[in-house]
Design a protein around this ligand. Structure first.
Ligand code: ATP
Ligand code: MG
Length: 138
């Protein structure tokens, strides 16, 4: 799994009409799409997915946001996928994100920041298995 990462286009990215723009940016940056779906997280899914943050003051806001509408989940392949995708999406806070990054272009706030990217190879594998059955992966 070392060359794959898990992306989610978050509910704000979908609501704001950016699925196509974000996928174009991803593929033109050298990532191959190995799995792709429109889906929606349940409250339990979001609490599980972001469990590392469950003591943080923004946790309730985060799970409410992540469950309020559909998301796009994708497995992306590239050399150094995790770190290269984190570079492509930019800083968590769009005000601090570099020019040309997905969050600089499409995020609206620290909480509503358009995309998720895995933060390690280990989490990429866990998150890919969370979203996709074997037959959905190519
Ligand atoms: P993600 O895990 O979604 O890719 P990230 O790794 O850049 O984002 P994390 O620190 O893992 O950032 O935080 C997870 C998510 O929680 C952020 O993307 C954001 O939506 C939300 N979040 C983080 N910090 C704050 C904050 N201070 N206020 C509001 N929301 C926050
Ligand atoms: Mg994170």
């Amino acid at each position: 799994m070392a060359n794959t990462t898990l992306m989610m286009i978050k509910p704000d990215g979908i609501e704001n009409g950016h699925i196509g723009n974000i996928l174009e940016k991803v593929t033109s940056s050298g990532f191959k799409i190995k799995a792709l779906k429109l889906t929606q997280l349940t409250l339990a899914d979001a609490e599980h997915f972001y469990a590392v943050h469950n003591e943080r003051p923004f946790f309730g806001e985060l799970v409410a946001f992540m469950t309020r509408g559909p998301i796009v989940a994708a497995i992306l392949e590239k050399d150094n996928a995790v770190s290269d995708f984190r570079a492509l999406i930019g800083a968590t806070n769009p005000a601090e994100a570099a020019e040309g990054t997905i969050r600089k272009l499409y995020a609206t706030s620290m909480g509503e920041n358009a995309v998720h990217g895995s933060d390690s190879d280990e989490n990429a594998a866990i998150e890919a298995a969370f979203h996709f059955a074997t037959r959905e992966r190519f």
